[in-house]
Ligand binder design. Structure first.
Ligand SMILES: *[C@@H]1O[C@H](CO)[C@@H](O)[C@H](O)[C@H]1NC(C)=O
Length: 393
């Protein structure tokens, strides 16, 4: 009797659960871009249909889904403006491509641009900005357009990007600026190793950004973190080829927000120019980088596995100046592998504001099967455990 009762209760709760899930999915207002005139043929300009589907979703009183089915959709630069009335899921089964002529999106700054939205999720899909022509232009003497980021979130909150593949961006693949609470996972980025400024993800002026389970093969930084950014969590990343994971460049502006509370853990760098880097301009600034932790990192044939470079000054714009950016409380632990250059650890800190509170614990980096070397200037801190190359702090 008791058993039967339990069974009945169980059954009815399953029925109740499935009923709830049906209600949830059927309560999503559904907007298929094809119903708005988009064509999956890779040739018809579908920009306006995408925009109309977005506007319908954005004014929906119920949570909405913008759905992009299989097929290739050609779109020019498009801005998805908020605020919207409800949550929106942008579900992509197909591929979005930019026009072959790189001028079309090249002067717009952003190709797929979300502005002032909240609770927007982008799920799945491939976006291909077809940047090769633009990269080629930049290798000539020009003139070339400034280039467009492939997908940008500006001034947005509670954003999720899950399972997106972004290839061949003109410049940055994924840009996050002035956002709160952003969760990026299962992102796959690929651009030519020789393409310029094709960062995988660039984050600035944002707080609460999580980037996990993602892979980057690109011509610039896998992930870069700009000024005024706090509470960043980066975990389970494959980076390379590329320029590594970089905090910076910081300190370009005299008055600038700092970077604070960044954790990078569980990263494999393969053949990258740098591993974990902090980079600041050699000029006056009130910026800072503090409470930064790099741990559980494998280096495979990396140019500068660990580097703080406070002498960044392209085109000699700041001769005789030194960086005002204070770098402090930076921890490196369990970082192992191989360097492709003799100097595996570089702490080239500012003479006017030396680095403070650098900690190294269990670092083992070799160059050609021998211990690599370390370089320190104006760097203070401690080391513990096995540290190879021997610490110069
Ligand atoms: C640091 O950032 C993490 C998220 O990455 C957050 O959970 C934590 O609360 C932050 N710590 C402080 C002291 O703000």
């Amino acid at each position: 009797m008791a058993n039967k009762l339990v069974a009945i209760t169980l059954l009815s709760s399953i029925a109740l659960l499935s009923c709830i899930s049906v209600t949830i999915s059927s309560s999503l207002a559904f907007y298929n871009v094809v119903s708005f005139g988009a064509k999956p043929d890779g040739r018809t300009d579908s920009t306006q249909p995408f925009l109309r589907a977005w506007m319908a979703a954005c004014s929906s009183a119920r949570p909405a889904m913008v759905y992009v089915p299989r097929g290739t959709f050609l779109i020019r630069s498009v801005t998805f403006n908020g605020p919207c009335r409800n949550r929106i899921v942008f579900e992509i089964d197909g591929t979005l491509v930019a026009p072959w002529d790189y001028h079309v999106i090249g002067n717009t700054g952003n190709w797929i641009y979300f502005k002032q939205v909240s609770w927007v999720s982008v799920h799945g899909g491939t976006i291909d900005a077809r940047g090769a022509g633009f990269w080629a232009c930049r290798k000539t003497s020009g003139p070339c357009p400034a280039g467009a980021r492939s997908i940008t979130f500006l001034a947005s909150n509670n954003v999720e990007i899950n399972g997106l593949r972004s290839i061949n961006s003109q410049v940055i693949h994924v840009a996050i600026a002035q956002c709160n609470n952003v969760n990026i996972q299962n992102l796959n980025v690929r651009a030519s190793t020789s393409s310029l400024n094709t960062d995988g993800i660039h984050v600035e002026s944002s707080t609460g950004v999580t980037i996990t389970r993602s892979a980057f093969r690109t011509g610039d930084d896998c992930i870069s973190i700009g000024p005024a950014t706090t509470n960043v969590w980066i975990q389970r990343i494959a980076c390379g080829p590329g320029h590594g994971i970089s905090i910076g460049s910081l300190g370009n502006g005299l008055i600038e927000g700092g970077v604070q509370n960044v954790t990078v853990t569980g990263v494999v760098f393969t053949g990258t120019q740098n591993g974990v880097r902090i980079k600041t301009w050699a000029r006056p600034s009130n910026g800072f980088a503090r409470d930064i932790e790099f741990r559980n990192v494998r280096m495979k044939n990396v140019g500068n596995p660990i580097i703080i470079d406070q002498e960044y000054c392209p085109n000699n714009q700041c001769p005789t100046m030194s960086s005002g950016v204070q770098v402090s409380q930076v921890t490196y632990s369990n970082i192992k592998g191989t360097s492709s250059t003799p100097v595996a650890v570089t702490f080239n800190c500012s003479p006017s504001v030396p680095c403070r509170g650098i900690q190294m614990k269990d670092v083992q980096l070799t160059f050609e099967n021998r211990p690599a070397t370390a370089f320190c200037a104006n760097a203070h801190g401690t080391s513990s455990g096995t540290v190879i190359p021997k610490s110069c702090l």
